[in-house]
Design a protein around this ligand. Structure first.
Ligand code: UDP
Length: 332
């Protein structure tokens, strides 16, 4: 397939582009190289167009130059806290730009899309694991912007035959097994890369946000899903996408790891004692979020290759150790 990948220079996008190229797909990456996008992360087999989705003319012009079979849409803003203080930026980038992308797709006859959604669309669900039939009640502008797009996709599938899959990710983490692609954003705000900054000598300690949650060790439990597992899921989703169909899946391993467990895994992997300081809860953090992935396992015949936290942290450490300054360390 010829596939147009927005945000293909970013963390999840770049791993996915590599997976698609490896499977013989023909990929064009469209990325503005901000918000975590890096030219060095784009697979050599793909072509890169540097541009912003807000530039509808450029998007439509690029899509119309060639026949594309499908779009994978990663480009988005994803800092939950920032979305609370700057909701208009989030709705503009995540919702308006997606509507405009879909208009261009419709005009150019591109009728399949896989969309990066999030478990944040469920808000603070009272139960775990999370199944897809739980009500979607997001509690932040970020989560609401992703849910709004899911509705746009659903309505487009019904109205003009768009085939769309929304992948509701849990915590994307880890790095390419060969250590050549990984996480690099500034500022960093995700747990695993922040923990690994301690053994890198870039921070003194890690803060544990909340130790009084109703979980076995009092810290928040999340479902860490390896970025290469996510990449495979995207490929399977686009390869099996039928026109006019809207599908939605939770994408996680089905197991949770607590903040303390993740820190312990990092201590074992790095051999560093990684001092941890107990801090107050971070606002809006649900105690426990992990997926029931049985729907995607059944329908896409998928199994995670990394079901446990240790190897996930190991791949992240391989990347960060070799690239302490992220892609600035690469020079490729
Ligand atoms: N967390 C933490 N200390 C940090 C960063 C994160 O204790 O410095 C916790 C956070 O409260 C959450 C978990 O680690 O329970 C994962 O946070 P992250 O921001 O990586 O992902 P989220 O689940 O919020 O999308």
């Amino acid at each position: 397939m010829r596939i147009f990948v927005t945000g293909g220079a970013g963390y999840v996008g770049s791993h996915c582009v590599r997976e698609l190229c490896g499977a013989g797909h023909d990929v064009m990456v469209f990325d503005n190289l901000t918000s975590g996008g890096h030219r060095e992360a784009v697979d050599d087999r793909a072509t890169l167009v540097v541009g912003d989705l807000a530039n509808a003319e450029l998007v439509q012009g690029t899509l119309s130059e060639d026949h594309f079979d499908a779009v994978m849409h990663f480009a988005a803003m994803l800092n939950v806290n920032e979305s609370v203080s700057e909701p208009l930026r989030y709705y503009h980038n995540n919702v308006s730009n997606t509507v405009s992308l879909l208009q261009s797709m419709k005009a150019c006859g591109v009728e399949k899309i896989v969309f990066s959604s999030t478990c944040a669309t469920y808000g603070e669900p009272p139960v775990a694991p999370l199944t897809e039939d739980l009500p979607q009640e997001p509690i932040t502008p970020y989560g609401r912007s992703k849910l709004a797009v899911e509705w746009v996709l659903r309505d487009s599938a019904a109205a003009w035959g768009l085939g769309a899959t929304a992948l509701r990710y849990f915590n994307a983490s880890g790095a390419a097994a060969d250590g050549s692609l990984g996480e690099d954003r500034d500022p960093e705000y995700h747990l695993i890369p922040l923990i690994l900054q301690v053994p890198l000598g870039q921070r003194d300690h890690i803060k544990i946000f909340g130790t009084d949650y109703p979980t076995p060790d009092g810290t928040c439990v999340r479902d860490y899903i390896h970025v290469e597992d996510l990449a495979v899921v995207h490929r399977l989703a686009i390869e099996s996408q039928a026109p006019g169909e809207f599908r939605f899946y939770n994408v996680g391993t089905g197991h949770g790891a607590s903040v303390r467990e993740v820190i312990d895994a990092a201590r074992k992997v790095t051999g560093h004692d990684i001092p941890a300081i107990e801090a107050p809860r971070r606002e809006g953090d649900p105690a426990e979020l992990y997926a029931d992935p049985s729907k995607i396992m059944r329908e896409l015949a998928w199994q995670p290759a990394y079901p446990n936290i240790m190897p996930i942290v190991e791949t992240a450490w391989n990347w960060h150790k070799a690239h302490p300054q992220g892609y600035a360390s690469v020079g490729r």
